[in-house]
Design a protein around this ligand. Structure first.
Ligand code: GRG
Length: 300
């Protein structure tokens, strides 16, 4: 019980912290081009679960790193995530009207602005890590930039999105569905953990680096299965236009391929594997353990 209360407090504190960090990093609304900067702030601030920054902070904490050391990595992964959401909502992609309970970027502004917002958020993510004023040693930062670029690019998130688009109108097998999700959402979730680990001082040679990576891969898939479960069981009134359309045209999902019961069991097994990957960590990794459970217990 005390551990749960501790995690709730951690979530609140870290969500407040990332809000302040992002508000500081985003260009002020008065700076020209003011309209673009206003739209960047509209899309990024005050919304979302902030799962990826939470992962950065919880990973760093599991390794004893101070929170200030993790702020830039936490901000960079969220900026990439928001850019992906803004572009994903565009008419050429998922064509959604609502995001985080508010009109999507292209609805609140226009399509050209939404494209530029995504582009600028992506550039800002890398600027934040490359910033010469950051005291973390350059080689370590270079490794973080490489990790994030790989996770975001054509062999990561963007590649996964391309696989998703190519799958429209045809059935996917379970391995194909898994491969698509590993890239589309899994790579950025994994990068959140690896950037936290790198910022905290681990190197890719460290055994714990690979254990954390393994943890992240399991929860990345569990996150997606839970997303499919929520699409299936969620309230159709509150469901986005695209989610409703996906269900209507029977877009392949873990639920459509496995059934609800087996999808739930698979998500639970993945969480157990994620927890097992952390077995060598002490109680400083408890927030990571709580995040693994949260991923499959969440209702949104
Ligand atoms: C268009 C470049 C480009 C990439 C798109 C990740 C992605 C690739 C699109 C996101 C679309 C989407 C709804 C994917 C399903 C799972 C997912 C990533 C949901 C949104 O993430 P959450 O639930 O969102 O963490 P919040 O708003 O809580 O941050």
């Amino acid at each position: 019980m005390a551990a749960l209360a501790g995690f709730a407090e951690f979530q609140t504190r870290m969500r407040e912290r990332i809000e302040v960090q992002l508000a500081q990093l985003l260009p002020d609304e008065q700076i020209l081009p003011a309209g673009l900067h206003q739209a960047m702030r509209y899309c990024t601030l005050e919304g979302g679960k902030r799962l990826r920054p939470l992962l950065v902070y919880a990973t760093g904490q599991s390794l004893g790193a101070g929170v200030e050391l993790l702020d830039r990595a936490a901000s960079a992964v969220e900026l990439i995530h928001v850019y992906s959401l803004v572009h994903d909502d565009l008419p050429a992609m998922d064509d959604d009207d609502l995001r985080r309970g508010r009109p999507t970027c292209h609805k609140a502004y226009d399509e050209a602005t939404a494209i530029l917002v995504g582009d600028a958020l992506q550039a800002l993510a890398f600027q934040v890590l490359a910033d010469h004023a950051w005291t973390v040693e350059p080689l370590r930062r270079l490794r973080m930039i490489e990790e994030l670029a790989m996770a975001a690019g054509s062999r990561g998130m963007v590649g996964g999105q391309a696989m998703d688009l190519a799958a429209v109108g045809r059935q996917l097998s379970l391995p194909e569905l898994e491969d698509m999700h590993i890239h589309k959402t899994g790579r950025l979730i994994r990068a959140s953990v690896t950037l936290g680990a790198l910022a905290a001082g681990l190197t890719v040679q460290d055994k714990s680096f690979h254990q954390l990576r393994e943890y992240a891969e399991y929860i990345g898939l569990a996150f997606q299965i839970q997303d499919d479960i929520l699409d299936e069981t969620g309230d159709t009134e509150t469901m986005g236009k695209q989610q409703g359309a996906d269900r209507a045209r029977n877009k392949p999902s873990y639920v459509s391929l496995l059934g609800l019961g087996e999808a739930r069991s698979m998500a639970d097994r993945l969480v157990e594997s994620a927890l097992a990957a952390l077995s060598g960590f002490d109680d400083r990794a408890d927030h990571l353990r709580a995040i693994a459970r949260l991923v499959v217990e969440r209702k949104q």
